[in-house]
Design a protein around this ligand. Structure first.
Ligand SMILES: Cc1cc2nc3c(=O)[nH]c(=O)nc-3n(C[C@H](O)[C@H](O)[C@H](O)COP(=O)(O)OP(=O)(O)OC[C@H]3O[C@@H](n4cnc5c(N)ncnc54)[C@H](O)[C@@H]3O)c2cc1C
Length: 429
């Protein structure tokens, strides 16, 4: 078959890998002039490794991604350091990313709250019944089972930070998936995610896959009822037996208005959050204790959700000695951060740097980059499984595999690989 894939993120590339391996002729259309999609990175002169535009790491439980890397024979290029994630309590930061660290965290006292926190965490880790959980919001389920203090101290800041105005509506299966799939050790690829994406793209080219960079697709159409699908792109019009779209639901609706109304309504009804992430190269490290991920509670006056010191995860020697620090937030489209310049955003976020390390001065900042995306995080509401669009769309030959369909799992490159490969299997059936 002649197959087109729209998007050279990890979902599109994973699908291309299986389709090309089975002997199909695959062309990937990618609007950007690089592969890797949301997990792509950039590299400054003097850096040996790339830095992801949006902070990225793998969990040791990311079996689809790690399995693919193993198939490719590149496992020795995956590293799993032990970085530290910290939470704020009484103006002090405490590691909070393992059972032992959670048990010694002073924020919940030593009595009933800690017990409830532990029992609820254990139940969620052991349970597989996410379907029952999606009927409740995190707010109602956690208040009931973990109690007000545990919810308001531990879980509410997380859902507020991630989902802003939707935080009271997020279903409990999302929280279950987060707790179920996460590990203390975090992984990355030697050279950064971009090094892996580029190597994967080269491997695909070697298998005969054509990757057209800088080639946005404008529409997908079927001229005749039984005929092939027609793709109109920057490179011209071309016919395919099958097409797989791996971008957002909104984009699929725009590309193919010919889809039946109910399917289109389903696509357009899905909500998502955007993200704004500032990357800074600093002269000195922010966290002298070597902490990697700071969860910043907004009610403590922080202007963003997370401060992530990448070079407390991988060594600054890969970046010419620069200390790489992210400051990021999930936001609704239209939030003012989307329209701020690098300098304006730095001005907003710098006080948080100083709060974490009072020695911080603006002249530590060597360079700033800002990355924005309108589609960063699907929003799962109650009974969300009913809203997930099928991979096989009602238009014969047209398939759709995106972050919005990996539910109940939270989006991530691991699940992009899983759904890309699942779509490839369906296409070949
Ligand atoms: C802030 C943030 C932090 C994250 N952290 C992590 C993490 O720590 N670990 C992790 O594993 N995952 C993380 N993720 C999620 C991860 O990046 C995504 O789940 C994954 O990259 C999605 O891959 P994909 O192939 O489904 O989509 P995408 O990567 O979005 O790929 C879709 C591609 O389609 C292209 N495209 C769009 N429109 C067109 C068009 N008209 N024509 C042609 N091409 C088009 C886009 O340019 C893009 O390259 C994070 C995401 C964000 C935003």
């Amino acid at each position: 078959m002649k197959i087109a894939i729209i998007g050279a993120g990890f979902g599109g590339m994973a699908a291309a890998y299986d389709l090309a391996k089975a002997g199909h002729f695959v062309t990937i259309y990618e609007a950007a002039d690089f592969v890797g999609g949301l997990a792509s990175g950039f590299q400054e002169p003097g850096w040996d490794w790339s830095v992801e535009k949006f902070y990225h790491h793998w969990f040791a439980s990311d079996r689809h991604m790690l399995g693919l890397i193993e198939e490719l024979g590149w496992s020795e290029d995956v590293i799993f350091p032990r970085p530290f994630t910290v939470l704020l309590h009484n103006n002090k930061w405490y590691p909070f990313d393992s059972i032992l660290k959670a048990l010694t965290f002073p924020g919940l006292g030593w009595g009933l709250n800690k017990l409830r926190f532990g029992l609820v965490g254990l139940y969620l880790r052991l349970s597989n019944n996410w379907k029952a959980l999606e009927k409740y919001t995190v707010e109602e389920w956690m208040r009931r089972w973990a109690g007000r203090t545990v919810y308001e101290k531990m879980w509410q800041p997380l859902v507020i930070g991630k989902f802003g105005p939707y935080y009271k509506d997020i279903n409990m299966a999302w929280m279950w998936a987060r707790l179920k799939a996460r590990t203390t050790r975090l992984g990355t690829f030697k050279g950064g995610f971009q090094a892996f994406a580029d190597r994967f793209a080269d491997h695909l080219r070697g298998m005969g896959v054509e990757i057209r960079l800088g080639t946005g697709v404008a529409s997908i159409d079927r001229a005749q009822a039984e005929g092939p699908l027609m793709i109109e792109a920057d490179s011209g019009v071309e016919m395919y037996d099958q097409v797989l779209v791996t971008a957002s639901p909104g984009l699929l609706a725009r590309l193919c208005p010919q889809l039946p109304e109910t399917y289109l309504e389903g696509l357009l009804g899905l909500k998502s959050m955007g993200a704004v992430v500032m990357v800074t190269a600093l002269e000195h490290r922010i966290s002298e204790r070597g902490y990697y991920w700071f969860n910043l509670p907004k009610d403590a006056g922080f202007p963003m959700l997370a401060l992530v010191e990448h070079t407390n995860f991988v060594s600054p020697e890969h970046f010419g000695g620069d200390h790489i620090v992210y400051a990021g937030d999930y936001l609704e489209a239209g939030h003012e951060y989307f329209s701020l310049s690098e300098a304006e955003l730095l001005e907003r976020f710098a006080p948080a740097f100083k709060r974490i390390n009072p020695k911080f001065e603006m002249d530590w900042v060597k360079k700033v980059w800002v990355f924005k995306t309108a589609y960063a995080q699907p929003v799962p509401l109650v009974d969300h499984s009913r809203n997930i669009p099928d991979i096989q769309t009602p238009l014969e030959g047209l398939f759709f595999a995106s972050m919005s369909q990996v539910y109940p799992w939270d989006r991530g490159t691991n699940f992009a690989v899983e759904i890309g490969r699942r779509a490839a299997r369906l296409m070949m059936e």
